[in-house]
Design a protein around this ligand. Structure first.
Ligand SMILES: Cc1cc2nc3c(=O)[nH]c(=O)nc-3n(C[C@H](O)[C@H](O)[C@H](O)COP(=O)(O)OP(=O)(O)OC[C@H]3O[C@@H](n4cnc5c(N)ncnc54)[C@H](O)[C@@H]3O)c2cc1C
Length: 438
């Protein structure tokens, strides 16, 4: 039996995000008024949960989805919008860990994850403003050789020609900041409004007969014979299968699984609209950007030409009190010319980081419970893929799910008591390293 704490409440002191202001809530009318029986109950209304529900309903299962708050309340509706191929770690690191064959399977799944999102957007006409191109920008001299090596390695071993190197003059021409020594464009990646994608896919799920219960936190999951009993604040759901898709908000819902990741809070601001002309003076080709530091800056322009700038992490159970000034300081170091620009929105979200930075997939309760979490800040495309692979696994096709579930994940040393202090020491170490290397 698993029980849940309630840290998904942590955003309660927040003002509305830019993404929330850009689209109406789903406001699902479905209500859990009595105890019910279904084939599958999905827990969590982010992209992992919605994609699982959609894929399972397409296969003919009866599906309900319980979300503690609203659809897109978690990281899926709060993120930087960078829809990246690959995993959080580069391929040669993954090859060293898992061997070349496994690494190649993961690379192909990473490519498929972005294709899957693009196809869904096209098929269902979801207006989430997808734009091509994500640029990595070098903060350290060593990054220049690493970019060149990566471009060559990926071309030679993966036939991937989507990377392009930019020297110091070229990157300055592309991005109007003095911060960077070089750049590497990834033309296989995109950026978009993530909440519009999340709500768009939730609407498609409803059209496919998924019942979506918002404001319905799951408190406990019991295994009872060949069924699973899911206890919510509104009623009890008996299901043949349950999918747990809570990522950084999981807490103790899966018992000691919480020690397989560290929940990190990350913050974003959105400026007032700057207009297309000014925006393109700052990022010439409207790419999304992220840098090479451990605590990264990432940014892009929104559909209405606001600078959406993310950066800065905390690992406490509460959010920083003033995320606006926390992130604005970082933005002004990169773009001092934005000094007098108004900041219209600031918000934060929680993500799940695993020790090896690869997502953690698995099953419990004799295969009746499936879960996926720990995308380590690279989950916008992978969470949509996770839902597809979970549905394949539930439907008896286990092969592709196993490419993730076979990965061994270390627990955070000393479990829940020390995971925040352990990470705080790591952050301090890397902050000093970022500083010394710059
Ligand atoms: C600030 C920020 C920026 C990011 N930027 C990027 C980026 O640019 N690119 C990228 O690829 N990734 C990014 N990520 C990571 C990415 O957003 C996540 O990996 C991804 O959205 C995870 O989706 P999910 O559905 O698994 O989890 P979430 O979207 O977090 O959804 C989990 C849901 O579960 C619900 N829940 C929790 N407990 C319960 C319960 N007991 N009962 C019912 N519901 C419950 C929560 O309310 C929440 O809605 C970022 C994350 C953050 C926080």
């Amino acid at each position: 039996m698993f029980n849940k704490n309630q840290t998904y409440e942590q955003h309660d002191n927040e003002k509305i995000s830019f993404y929330r202001s850009s689209i109406d809530n789903l406001n699902s009318k479905d209500q859990l008024n009595s105890d019910i029986n279904v084939d599958v109950c999905v827990i969590g209304g982010g992209l992992t949960g919605i994609s699982s529900a959609l894929n399972l309903s397409k296969k003919g299962y009866s599906v309900v989805l319980c979300e503690a708050r609203q659809i897109g309340w978690g990281a899926s509706g709060r993120n930087g919008g960078q829809l990246g191929i690959g995993m959080r770690k580069d391929q040669f690191t993954i090859e060293k860990k898992l061997g070349i064959n496994h690494a190649k399977e993961l690379w192909n799944l990473g490519l498929e994850s972005v294709d899957e999102v693009k196809n869904l957007i096209k098929e269902h006409n979801i207006n989430c403003h997808i734009v091509n191109g994500v640029m990595s920008t070098a903060c350290f001299a060593k990054d220049i050789d690493e970019y060149k090596y990566e471009i060559e390695h990926m071309s030679k071993n993966y036939n991937f020609e989507g990377y392009k190197f930019y020297n110091k003059d070229e990157i300055r021409e592309e991005i109007d900041s003095k911060m960077y020594l070089a750049g590497m464009l990834n033309s296989g990646s995109y950026h978009l409004n993530p909440l519009k994608l999340t709500i768009g896919l939730a609407k498609v799920s409803k059209q496919n007969n998924v019942k979506i219960y918002e404001n319905t936190p799951v408190e406990k999951i019991h295994e009872i014979g060949d069924k699973v009993k899911i206890i919510t604040n509104k009623g009890v759901i008996k299901a043949n299968k349950v999918v747990v898709a809570c990522n950084g908000y999981l807490d103790s819902l899966l018992g000691s699984k919480k020690n397989k990741f560290i929940p990190i809070n990350n913050y974003i601001i959105a400026t007032e609209p700057l207009g297309e002309k000014k925006a393109k003076e700052i990022i010439k080709n409207n790419y999304a950007v992220s840098d090479t530091r451990f605590i990264i800056d990432y940014y892009r322009f929104s559909e209405d030409w606001r600078m959406i700038f993310g950066g800065g992490e905390t690992f406490t159970s509460n959010f920083v009190k003033n995320s606006k000034s926390f992130v604005t300081k970082r933005m002004l170091k990169v773009f001092p010319q934005l000094q007098n620009v108004k900041i219209d929105y600031s918000w934060g979200g929680t993500l799940a980081i695993t020790v090896n930075r690869l997502p953690h997939f698995g099953t419990l309760m004799n295969n009746k419970l499936s879960y996926a979490f720990g995308y380590s800040g690279h989950g916008l495309a992978l969470s949509v893929l996770a839902g597809k692979l979970i549905s394949e696994n539930i439907n008896g096709n286990t092969e592709r799910f196993k490419f993730f579930s076979d990965i061994n994940h270390m627990s955070i040393p000393f479990g829940s008591l020390f995971r925040r202090p352990v990470y705080s020491s790591a952050i301090l170490y890397y902050k000093i390293r970022d500083y010394l290397n710059s």
